[in-house]
Each structure stands twice: as structure tokens, then as C-alpha cells.
Write a protein that binds this ligand. Structure first.
Ligand code: MEV
Length: 324
């Protein structure tokens, strides 16, 4: 049997804008997805018959990427992430599935995180109708803190480049790893799930429609890019209050492009009195918000009282890995 784990992710700045080549910053979180694979007499997923059409990410990896034609597999998935909640559960699933299948086919004990990030990005692109940035997949594969941008950034560790033909034209991204300032060891991320899942593809398509019908919203995208750059500088300096201010400003712009919801706003507002800053994270529409705080218990309580499900995480955990 082979086992692999990949973490979920939390976008601190730049969701949606990154699909259009603007920068985004994401960190790997503690919760994630574990995949276990073993050869079997028939194809089974979590104890049921495996129906590939219902699991596009897994199907893509088995069939298109690895062109696997070996024995049927018993696939077991164990996730500690809220599903369809903006925490990169599909990216983590793709990365863990890719790592486990690679190890099953060619047991070496080594995994290539960049190769897995590329494979998983192609799976996301299919699932999101051709509009997917490599942010979620790179954060889950590489771990730590990643900065994804339409251009190579100076003074930060460049890891790889990615490209995709989207309905709006070709996009290119450079993926970097950012060092985490020691001050961040004192801070926590508290995620708050609204209880309502939201498909990323639908939210991304909604933003594409809005930009086409009301091009003035491109201004919000540019503002998100500026906020992300300010947030990145604050992260590099370990300036927690400045990171929080940038998170609040980012949430305002995400509200403008209509990806927040009353439930997300309620959780964001409940967390703010005990946080440096708070915003929705990921695709929005439902899903999760995130708060940066040095009082995670208090923020988790506030989120729970406001009707959300809290999840406390450290910053920037390790990326995809095999488990013994
Ligand atoms: C989803 O976690 C983040 C989005 O920016 C989509 C993407 O980057 O592909 C909304």
C-alpha cells in the first residue's frame, strides 16, 4: 500500500486577480488530504464502485497523466479540509493522488513537487473550464508560502513557470517561494467555514462575466494587485498589523467584484475585533474566510458564535509528501 498527504492552502491576497496574471500570495495549512492506494480486484473509491466521471481530478491523473493501465486500484481518501470551501481541497487531492500513484508505479520514495504541481494544475484547469491559476496546486505541492505572479519577481526564490490557454487568452505565471518572517511564528490563521460549499469554476466564470459586462471592475483587479504587493512587503517585514490592514482592504475589493456573501461578511466582521485583519479566502460565494491573529481561541469562538465552523492553522506547513 502507498500513502501520500498534501496540505490545503489559504490565499492571503490576490484570489481571482491571479487568474488574470496579477500576483497572489498563498500559504500551505495544516489540514489536507491523504490518499491511500493499493492494487485490488476491482476499482473502488472509499468502499464504493469507482465512477471516473464523478471524479474528474482523479480520472485525469490516472488516465491522461500517468496513462495507468495496471491492476484496478482501491483508492481511499481521507480529508481534514472542508469540501468546496476555498481551501484547495481539489488541489490537495490531485497532489496526494499524483504522489501516491507515482510511488505505486515506480517505488523510489522520492517525489518531485514541481512535477506534481504541474500535473495538478492541469487537473484544476479541466475542472474549472480552462480558468485556473497555479496558486492552489503550487501552495499544496511546495508548502510554505508561495507567490504567484504574471512576471518573475526579484529578490524571491523563483521555482517554476506555468502557462495555460484560457477562454480569455494565454496566461503565464511565475511561481516563487517566499521566506516566512520569524514574527509569523507568533501568528495564527483562523479559517471560518460558512457551511456552504461553492464551486470555484462557477465563481471564476462569474467574475469573467462581470468584467465583460462592467469593465470598470478591472479597477478592482488592479487595486487587488496593489494590495497584494503591499501585503507581500508587510509579510517580508513580519509586520502583522500591516498584513492585517492589507487583508481588510483586499476583502473590500472582493466584495466589489461580488464574490463575498452575507455569511462571509458576517464571519469576517465577527473575527475582526480580535484579529489583525480578516477577509474571504479562495473563490468566495460561500466557502471560507480567514483571520490573522495572535488570539486564535478567541477568534475561533467568535466565528462559532456567528454560525461558522472554525479551523485553526499555523502558517506555511510542509508541502506534498509520502507517508510511511
Ligand atoms: C481559488 O482558490 C482561487 C481563485 O483565484 C481561482 C484560481 O486561482 O484558479 C479564485
Amino acid at each position: 500500500m502507498v500513502r501520500a498527504f498534501a496540505p490545503g492552502k489559504c490565499i492571503l491576497f490576490g484570489e481571482h486577480a491571479v487568474v488574470y496574471g496579477h500576483p497572489a500570495v498563498a500559504v500551505a495549512i495544516e489540514a489536507g488530504v491523504e490518499v491511500r492506494l493499493e492494487e485490488s480486484e476491482r476499482w473502488v473509491l472509499d468502499g464504493m464502485n469507482f465512477e471516473p466521471s464523478r471524479h474528474p481530478h482523479i480520472k485525469h491523473i490516472i488516465t491522461n497523466v500517468f496513462e495507468y493501465d495496471g491492476s484496478p486500484l482501491k483508492i481511499d481518501i481521507n480529508s481534514t479540509l472542508f469540501p468546496a470551501a476555498g481551501l484547495g481541497s481539489s488541489a490537495a487531492l490531485s497532489n496526494a493522488m499524483g504522489a501516491a500513484l507515482q510511488e505505486l508505479i515506480d517505488p523510489s520514495g522520492d517525489i518531485d513537487a514541481i512535477k506534481l504541481a504541474r500535473i495538478s494544475h492541469s487537473a484544476e484547469a479541466i475542472a474549472q473550464e480552462g480558468r485556473a491559476s497555479p496558486t492552489d496546486t503550487a501552495a499544496s505541492a511546495l508548502g510554505g508560502s508561495v507567490v504567484v505572479s504574471g512576471e518573475r519577481l526579484k529578490g524571491i526564490n523563483h521555482r517554476f513557470d506555468a502557462e495555460l490557454i484560457t477562454p480569455e487568452g494565454e496566461r503565464n505565471w511565475s511561481i516563487h517561494s517566499a521566506e516566512l518572517h520569524p514574527n509569523l511564528a507568533e501568528a495564527w490563521l483562523v479559517l471560518g467555514f460558512t457551511g456552504k460549499g461553492s464551486p470555484t469554476g462557477k465563481m471564476v466564470a462569474g467574475v469573467a462575466d462581470l468584467l465583460e459586462k462592467e469593465p470598470a471592475h478591472k479597477e478592482d483587479m488592479l487595486a487587488i494587485a496593489n494590495i497584494t504587493n503591499a501585503g507581500l512587503a508587510a509579510l517580508a517585514a513580519g509586520n502583522l498589523p500591516a498584513i492585517g490592514i492589507a487583508m481588510d482592504a483586499c476583502h473590500k475589493r472582493l466584495q466589489n467584484i461580488q464574490v463575498s456573501s452575507p455569511a462571509l461578511d458576517l464571519l469576517v466582521n465577527s473575527a475582526r475585533p480580535h484579529s489583525f485583519g480578516a477577509k474571504l479566502t479562495g473563490a468566495g460565494g460561500g466557502g471560507c474566510m480567514v483571520a490573522l491573529t495572535n488570539n486564535p481561541k478567541r477568534v475561533a469562538e467568535a466565528i462559532e458564535i456567528a454560525g461558522g465552523k472554525p479551523l485553526i492553522s499555523r502558517f506555511g506547513t510542509e508541502g506534498v509528501r509520502l507517508i510511511d
